[in-house]
Design a protein around this ligand. Structure first.
Ligand SMILES: [Zn+2]
Ligand SMILES: [Zn+2]
Length: 103
């Protein structure tokens, strides 16, 4: 006669386990497991499975750097065009003042 040793839930020590997670091979009670794509797995493994595989280390900083770069480029372009515009505006007036009026 083999005594069936009943497994307890990994999280709830007082509860009887009803399922074994195929991912981490630990026993869990009914509340701790979820059916996912035909398999009954535990919550922690489910959250691991549902995580996006590509992990960005610092997406916020990357986005900020991109924004700062774009803003800096825009400001530089604006400044260059502003200076060119000022130069173009100042040249004809000096040209008119110097040559046409004194002629
Ligand atoms: Zn698991
Ligand atoms: Zn449990």
């Amino acid at each position: 006669m083999s005594v069936l040793v009943k497994q307890r839930c990994r999280i709830h020590g007082q509860r009887e386990a009803v399922a074994r997670c195929p991912e981490c091979e630990k026993f869990f009670c009914r509340e701790c497991v979820t059916e996912h794509e035909g398999r009954v797995i535990c919550q922690s493994c489910l959250s691991e499975l549902l995580k996006p595989e590509v992990k960005e280390r610092s997406p916020i900083w990357g986005r900020l750097l991109g924004l700062v770069g774009a803003a800096g480029g825009f400001l530089l372009a604006w400044w260059v065009f502003y200076m060119i515009g000022r130069t173009l505006l100042s040249i004809p007036s000096e040209f008119h003042d110097g040559s046409f009026l004194n002629r």
